[in-house]
Design a protein around this ligand. Structure first.
Ligand SMILES: Nc1ncnc2c1ncn2[C@@H]1O[C@H](COP(=O)(O)OP(=O)(O)OP(=O)(O)O)[C@@H](O)[C@H]1O
Ligand SMILES: [Mg+2]
Length: 201
């Protein structure tokens, strides 16, 4: 089918707005990606940038509707998120992607797409399978361990741990709020966001 599609770059392709970046959260289901993303986003907006969220669960109801959980479909999902993240980064947005993104090579592809236009910050929400299963926010680990659902990351599907993530967030020894403060301080240290006003207390 694709041989009849003629992709072309549009004339305005080189135009861009500076300051765009993508925060790419990766980690197991229940690790805390969405929780942290939804608290980090408003804190970034307070400092100026407009935030756009590309959360795995949401994307799978629109952009990636119909994709499943085979390696091929997971990769397609991540590549789509990476492509949109790159376009938005080009326009100066602060993109917060939060999908499991289990495969290193595909995360790398997303990084390369984004880095054409701005900074890519990989945030590894490094929560163990045991802890995620203990939380079992969506009740999916119980089903996966019972064999009721298959291809579940961390149970019977791989999660390739990032080796070079810019930020590694440990969520076991921290509350969600503490994780958010940690991620923000790391973003300040990396020079990705402006240093914010110290919070009260
Ligand atoms: N330090 C922490 N940071 C983030 N979440 C935490 C922390 N400590 C405990 N939690 C809890 O862990 C759970 C994380 O769930 P969340 O939906 O954010 O995971 P997720 O990574 O987005 O999973 P999924 O891939 O299934 O969407 C929440 O119930 C949250 O309250
Ligand atoms: Mg989530």
């Amino acid at each position: 089918m694709t041989e009849h599609i003629y992709a072309h770059e549009h004339p305005e392709t080189e135009r861009r707005r500076d300051g765009g970046f993508t925060l790419w959260f990766t980690g197991l289901s229940g690790s805390g990606k969405t929780t942290i993303a939804h608290l980090v986003g408003p804190a970034i907006e307070e400092r100026g940038p407009i935030v756009e969220y590309l959360d795995g669960d949401t994307v799978r109801t629109h952009l990636s509707k119909g994709l499943g959980f085979s390696k091929e479909d997971r990769d397609a999902n991540i590549e789509r998120i990476g492509w949109v993240a790159a376009r938005l980064t080009r326009h100066g947005a602060a993109v917060i992607a939060a999908a499991i993104s289990p495969y290193e090579a595909t995360r790398q592809k997303a990084r390369e797409l984004v880095e054409e236009w701005g900074t890519f910050v990989e945030v590894h929400v490094a929560t163990s399978v045991e802890e995620c299963a203990r939380r079992d926010v969506k009740g999916l680990y119980a089903k996966a361990f019972a064999g009721e659902i298959t291809q579940f990351t961390g149970v019977d599907d791989p999660y390739e741990e990032p080796e070079d993530a810019e930020i590694v967030a440990d969520t076991v020894s921290r509350s969600p709020e503490e994780s958010v403060a940690f991620v923000l301080s790391e973003l300040e240290r990396l020079g990705v966001v402006a240093v914010g006003a110290p919070t009260a207390g």
